[in-house]
Every structure is written in structure tokens, then in C-alpha cells.
Design a protein around this ligand. Structure first.
Ligand code: CAA
Length: 378
């Protein structure tokens, strides 16, 4: 595996890093008050960041998958909120149409999603069906040339802000996983009701809502793939999505590490910077080792994906390890900062709050271990 980035990838890193520092950093305080970063997303759209790996023929930037992962990594160093919005929009909001849609569906939706005119969301989880995604209960019944959807979805990232939702329903309840189908549902669909906003521990600028479908009418042409393809569509896109969440975790962990190093060099106790105390130096060494290990796992998964190689195991390993690292490194960062780390005057408490959900969404750490163990035992 070549771990050197290409010139084009390095340019992407620099462009996103500059954008994050000049445009997003000053906006973080607003997002921390709960503001959804519409304006930031608009600017990202004009820079081509809302469709990085989407082919140019569908209005995307036509760049490689690693460049997309670099963008999530760099954005998340400044704002994990912006990182997750982009990851969900692209990996699970746009890609299902790109990989499973008809030519008509692609032409209708992808240029709008790739330019940022539309925002995408993904609706799999339900109140009674989280890790056990195959047990979902939302139903779609075909009637008079339409599907009528009924049911509830929860924890929908970008919900209430999105223009299109990839919605998983059962079209054949007796068939279990093989009876699950996926639809593209537009936001103005009658019967699509945006419910309660979740009050979360972190990622305050990212909207997470409950959604319900109350006799929502969806045209037959919005079915993705064939009836019964839904579970595979969900799983295949989550494989890719998990690399995005690994990159988001990596960004949080790296920000926590870099802040800790700078703080430890400045903070003087017992007559010298705390970085010169072995207890802190060793802590920083462990944090750096975990961050670099996460980086290798994340970019290895991205490299496989980019080259069209199987990456399910590697994506799960990257997400499992990078999210654990984000949580551990953010916890240690607060320890390095001491009492100041526990206040909102410094960003490390935000990293800690934002990191936790990386061990939960797009498959909990326990689910990643199920996926990995299935691969290694195969
Ligand atoms: N790609 C393609 N197909 C796949 C697949 C993959 N990665 N993984 C499984 N499949 C297929 C299998 O081949 C199998 O098909 P056949 O029956 O034809 O052989 C079928 O799917 C069933 O596979 P399993 O028996 O492995 O399924 P399972 O019921 O044991 O579940 C699971 C597997 C890994 C536990 C799965 O349920 C899972 O990933 N759960 C977690 C769900 C999840 O990640 N939710 C996140 C919600 S989305 C989110 O968080 C987004 C957000 O807004 C931030």
C-alpha cells in the first residue's frame, strides 16, 4: 500500500484545511448554540465539496475516494458537526442513488446533491430496530402506481434539513431481510412528518430528528433497485459510510492531540512546562501512537475502496479503532488541560462530547466487532 498522497490529494487537504480555518472555525460558536451550518454548506457546495467522489457526468467533482476521506478528516479537526453532515450526505445520502439508482434517478437527483443544492439523509434506524437493522417495521404497500409508506424512523442525521431521504421499508413483511426495499423520498412528500429534534450530548450544529411516514405517497419510480434489495443497499453503503465516520473520528482525535501538545508546552507547573513531566510526555506519546494507527487504518480502508477492492472488514476496523481512539484521546486531552479542560473556555470538552457518538452511529463498536469477526472467522 502506497501511503504517500498524490499531489491532487495534498491540494485537497490544503484547500479544505484553509477553508475550515477561515470559514468554519469562526462559525463553531454558532453551531455550539445549535445553529445548523447552512451558510457553510452553501460555500462547500460552491467549492465542490458536497460531491467530491461523484463523477463529473453527474455534476460531482470527480475526485478519488481518498480525497473525499481527506476532506472529512480535515473538516472534522475543526468541526465534527460539519464532518458528519458531509459524510452522511455523501456516503449514505447520495451514493445509494449513484450505485443502485436507474439512469433517470441519477440524472434527477445526483447533480442537485453533488452541487449542494440538495442535502441528503438516510433513514434506516427505527425506535425498535437499531443494531438489528433487518427487523425494521416501516411498511411500503404498492397501490395505484404508488407506494404508501407508514412507520417511524429515529436518529436521522440531516433530518428536517434534507431534501432527499433514502428510506428503508418492508415491502414483504413475511420475507424478513429479503423483503426490505429502499426508496428515494423527497422532503415535500405528503405524509412525511418531521418529528422531535433530539437534544444530544454533542454535535450541536448537526440536526438529528425523528421522522414518521403517515400514508406517505412515493412514486414507484423512486424505488431503488428491485423490491427486496434494500438490506444489501443499506449494508453496502454503510461499509463506505463507516470509512467516513472513521475519518471524522480521526479528525477529532488529531485536534485533541494537537491542542494537548500545544497546551502542555505552554503550561508551567513545578518550574517547567508540563510537557517536560514524564507523566504528560508518556500520555502524549500514547495519544500520538493511537492517532497515527487510526490514520493508517482509515486510509488503508479508503485506498481499498478507491481501488474497487473489498473493504467491509477494513472499514469496520477503521471505524472501531478510530472512534475508540477519539474517545480515549479526547478524555486524555481533558486530563492534560486539568481543570481548564473541564470548562467551555477550551475546545477539548467539545471533542469529548462529539467523540462519543462515533462509537455508536453507523453501527456501534459491538456491531463493528460482529462484522470483523464474521470476516476473520470465514
Ligand atoms: N454488503 C452487501 N451485502 C451485505 C453486507 C454488505 N456489507 N453485509 C451483509 N450483506 C447481506 C448478506 O450477504 C446477506 O445476504 P444473503 O442472505 O443474500 O446472503 C444479508 O445481507 C444478511 O446478512 P447478515 O446475515 O450478515 O445480516 P444480519 O441480520 O446478521 O445483520 C449486521 C448484519 C452487520 C448486524 C447489520 O444488521 C448491521 O450492520 N447492523 C447495524 C446497523 C447500522 O449500522 N445502523 C446505522 C444506522 S445509519 C446511521 O447511523 C446514519 C446516520 O444518520 C449517522
Amino acid at each position: 500500500m502506497n501511503i504517500r498522497f498524490t499531489e491532487e490529494q495534498e491540494m485537497m487537504r490544503k484547500m479544505v484545511r484553509d477553508f475550515a480555518q477561515t470559514e468554519i472555525e469562526p462559525y463553531v460558536a454558532k453551531m455550539e448554540k445549535g445553529e445548523f451550518p447552512r451558510e457553510i454548506l452553501r460555500k462547500m457546495g460552491s467549492l465542490g465539496l458536497m460531491g467530491i467522489p461523484i463523477p463529473e457526468q453527474y455534476g460531482g467533482a470527480g475526485m478519488d475516494f481518498t480525497s473525499y476521506i481527506i476532506a472529512i478528516h480535515e473538516l472534522s479537526k475543526v468541526s465534527a458537526t460539519v464532518g458528519v453532515i458531509l459524510s452522511v450526505h455523501t456516503s449514505v445520502g447520495t451514493n445509494p442513488i449513484l450505485y443502485f439508482g436507474t439512469e433517470e434517478q441519477k440524472k434527477k437527483y445526483i447533480p442537485k446533491l453533488a452541487s449542494g443544492e440538495y442535502l441528503g439523509a438516510f433513514c434506516l434506524t427505527e425506535p425498535g430496530s437499531g443494531s438489528d437493522a433487518g427487523s425494521l417495521k416501516t411498511k411500503a404497500v404498492k397501490k395505484d402506481g404508488k407506494y404508501i409508506l407508514n412507520g417511524s424512523k429515529v436518529f436521522i442525521t440531516n433530518g428536517g434539513e434534507a431534501d432527499t431521504y433514502i428510506v428503508f421499508t418492508s415491502t414483504n413483511p413475511g420475507a424478513g431481510i429479503r423483503g426490505i426495499s429502499a426508496f428515494v423520498v423527497e422532503k415535500n412528500t405528503n405524509g412525511l412528518v418531521v418529528g422531535k429534534d433530539e437534544h444530544k450530548m454533542g454535535l450541536y450544529g448537526s440536526r438529528t430528528v425523528q421522522l414518521s411516514f403517515e400514508d406517505a405517497e412515493v412514486p414507484c419510480e423512486n424505488l431503488l433497485g428491485e423490491e427486496g434489495d434494500g438490506f444489501k443497499i443499506a449494508m453496502a453503503n454503510l461499509d463506505v459510510g463507516r470509512i467516513g465516520i472513521a475519518a471524522q473520528s480521526l479528525g477529532i482525535a488529531q485536534a485533541a492531540l494537537e491542542n494537548s501538545i500545544n497546551y502542555a508546552k505552554d503550561r508551567v507547573q513545578f518550574g517547567k512546562p508540563i510537557s517536560a513531566q514524564q507523566g504528560i510526555g508518556f500520555k502524549l506519546a500514547d495519544m500520538a501512537t493511537s492517532v497515527e494507527s487510526s490514520e493508517l487504518l482509515t486510509y488503508r480502508a479508503a485506498f481499498l475502496r478507491q481501488n474497487g477492492l473489498p473493504c467491509g472488514k477494513e472499514a469496520s476496523m477503521a471505524k472501531l479503532f478510530a472512534s475508540k481512539t477519539a474517545m480515549e484521546v479526547a478524555t486524555e486531552a481533558i486530563q492534560v488541560y486539568g481543570g481548564y479542560g473541564y470548562t467551555k473556555d477550551y475546545p477539548v470538552e467539545r471533542y469529548f462530547r462529539d467523540a462519543k457518538v462515533c462509537e455508536i452511529y453507523e453501527g456501534t463498536s459491538e456491531i463493528q466487532r460482529i462484522v470483523i469477526s464474521k470476516h476473520v472467522l470465514n
